[in-house]
Ligand binder design. Structure first.
Ligand code: C2E
Ligand code: CA
Ligand code: CA
Length: 583
């Protein structure tokens, strides 16, 4: 009778009612219908209302469903039990019919508000701890991850690896393709990192020795995006530095695969810094600073590489400023000079070209390697002035030695990617070279990544340069991302085989790489120059495989222009392993 009244009362408020005879049936009904509201008497046949309440609350789906219980008038004890079991509210018998409908409505409304609040809170938590572009944990979570891991590894006397990944030239990518597409690129990078980390897990746990020291599941990778174009990977319980290096290499490979976004195919490259606790620090801040400065060093060493922190790195960054100041000063005075390294034809033994290489002596008279100061010049923006200085110097040397070098000879100039990527680069180059009237061919040496990272207009620039009569060479070929499809698009003349590969000749893998490069060059119809050739055996091998010019200490170190002119008189056939009667 009472149920019928309740039904009528609530239906008149526009609610749909399901009725159960007892507690068991009530639980079934709830399970099948997920109602918005539960209303029950504590006195029920079978399991009690209190017990039913408890069961309901144990279900995830009815965790927040308002439950209204009906008790006897002065039954304090049951009311308390009801609340403990999870009831939301109670009313006592006899029921106040006019009030019941309103009470239920009020309870429903506050349940909605609660749900809304809760989802807002979830959202806030999400906003606070996740980066909404990539869905990766953000800087705040990253810091907490790192702190947690360091506490654990300290407790278990284990190690924690920190890998900081910085995307090379991301600002320029953003500037050239726009921020929206830049965001897309970041998203792709994030999902690639996740895939890659999933691949690394099983591989890394098979790392020899890993199981000896740690249980398998203790190894884990945690990825985050602490900021802009910066990503982090925390490696829980790495086996040691060597394993962290391997992981970093794997990450570089994954990330260097071309990225497709609508209208563009990009190749991005990462520079990676690694630090490991406790060896490089125990506090999160300390480890972070060290991994960051290792990433910085990786950039300085030419990008697209990983660098493990060591004590020399701290020293390097302290010196950076003094190098920059010294260099700036030398641009105005005389610390800079240019030397030339001859390139020889492996059939005629004649010098067919020379590469200009910059030299710098600081004010104390110390020779500083270009590998050292070029990156500083790039970071400080001095590279453009330095580049102009080099162009002018080549100009002056070529004019002064007009007629004294073989007329078909080419002079090669190294270009920093930063120079090439300037929007007015071609104008800047031609305005310097307009006054050149050089009788020799000028070859421009660029690295693969310089071309590939400079966006869609790089092909146009290269065509412009070709039309202006420049030769184009890819420097350090094989160390960057080499894809036939990419190279085919570029109007190139020459590939320069990196000296590390030449150095490896004689070993199976060294030979294989050089053979692969030779067939690639043949497929693309490009000339080859091998760098860093130091022995006649290397020269002979290269000639037999199909690489016909070389550069390296076997012929000569880089020398001043007057010395180069003298070397040009020389016949290098015997030097490169040919009988003088041959050829
Ligand atoms: P790179 O363009 O690959 O230059 C070749 C480097 O290999 C030169 O080092 C050269 O001295 C060295 N080398 C030549 N033959 C041999 C050999 O047989 N064995 C060995 N072990 N090394 C050899 P360098 O002059 O110290 O230049 C280092 C790098 O600095 C260059 O690498 C280039 O990336 C950069 N660089 C040098 N001059 C310039 C410049 O004028 N402009 C720009 N943008 N970069 C430059
Ligand atoms: Ca070069
Ligand atoms: Ca090179």
């Amino acid at each position: 009778m009472q149920r019928l009244l309740i039904r009528q009362c609530l239906e008149s408020e526009g609610m749909r009612i399901l009725e159960a005879q007892d507690g068991h049936e009530a639980l079934d009904l709830v399970a099948n219908n997920n109602p918005d509201f539960v209303f029950m008497d504590v006195d029920m046949p079978g399991i009690s209302g209190i017990e039913t309440c408890r069961h309901l609350r144990a279900r995830v789906e009815s965790e927040d469903t308002p439950i209204l219980i009906v008790t006897g008038a002065d039954d304090q004890e049951t009311i308390d039990l009801g609340f403990e079991a999870g009831a939301t509210h109670y009313i006592t018998k006899p029921l106040n019919w006019p009030l019941l409908g309103r009470l239920v409505k009020y309870m429903l409304r506050s349940a909605d508000t609660y749900k809304e609040l809760k989802s807002k809170e979830d959202h806030l938590r999400y906003l606070a701890y996740f980066d909404h572009l990539t869905d990766l944990p953000n800087r705040r979570s990253f810091t907490e991850q790192l702190r947690r891991n360091l506490v654990n590894s300290e407790k278990n006397e284990g190690q924690t690896g920190l890998i900081m990944i910085d995307i090379d030239h991301f600002k320029r990518i953003n500037d050239s393709i726009g921020h929206e597409r830049g965001d897309l690129v970041l998203k792709k990078i994030a999902s690639r990192l996740q895939t890659c980390a999933a691949e690394i897990g099983p591989i890394a746990s098979e790392y020899p020795g890993a199981k000896k020291t740690y249980p398998l599941d203790a190894f884990a990778l945690e990825i985050a995006r602490p900021g802009g174009d910066e990503f982090s990977v925390i490696v829980r319980n790495p086996y040691g530095e060597e394993q962290l290096n391997q992981i970093a290499e794997h990450l570089i490979d994954c990330l260097s695969e071309p990225i497709q976004i609508p209208g563009h195919t990009l190749v991005i490259t990462p520079s990676i810094g690694i630090a490991m606790a406790p060896d490089h620090g125990r506090a999160p801040e300390e480890l972070l600073v060290r991994a960051d400065s290792a990433a910085y060093a990786a950039k300085a060493e030419g990008r697209q590489r990983a660098r493990m922190y060591d004590s020399s790195i701290a020293y390097d960054s302290a010196q950076e400023l003094s190098i920059e100041e010294g260099l700036r000063h030398s641009l105005l005075t005389t610390g800079l000079s240019l030397v030339y390294q001859p390139q020889v034809d492996l059939f005629t033994g004649a010098i067919i070209g020379a590469e200009a290489l910059v030299r710098w002596e600081d004010e104390q008279g110390n020779a500083i390697s270009p590998d050292r100061f070029i990156p500083v010049a790039e970071r400080s923006g001095l590279i453009n002035e330095l580049g102009d200085w080099i162009l002018n110097r080549v100009n002056a040397d070529a004019k002064a030695y007009a007629g004294q070098l073989p007329s078909k000879m080419s002079l090669a100039i190294n270009l920093s990617p930063l120079q090439f990527n300037q929007s007015n680069f071609v104008e800047r180059l031609t305005s310097t070279l307009k006054q050149l009237e050089i009788q020799y061919k000028i070859a421009l040496e660029l690295t693969e990544s310089a071309i590939m990272n400079s966006g869609d207009d790089s092909i146009g620039k290269l065509h412009q340069l070709r039309n202006l009569g420049f030769k184009l060479a890819i420097d350090d070929f094989g160390t960057g991302y080499s894809s036939l499809n990419y190279l085919r698009q570029f109007p190139l003349n020459t590939l320069k085989i990196d000296r590390t590969f030449v150095n490896d000749l004689g070993s199976e893998s060294g030979n294989a790489i050089v053979n692969a490069i030779v067939s690639m060059a043949q497929a693309l119809g490009l000339d080859l120059v091998a760098e860093g050739v130091e022995t006649a055996e290397q020269a002979t091998y290269l000639r037999e495989r199909g690489c016909y010019s070389i550069q390296g200490y076997l012929i000569s170190k880089p020398v001043p222009i007057d010395e180069l002119a003298r070397l040009c008189q020389h016949d290098f056939r015997a030097t490169v392993g040919l009988d003088s009667e041959d050829g």
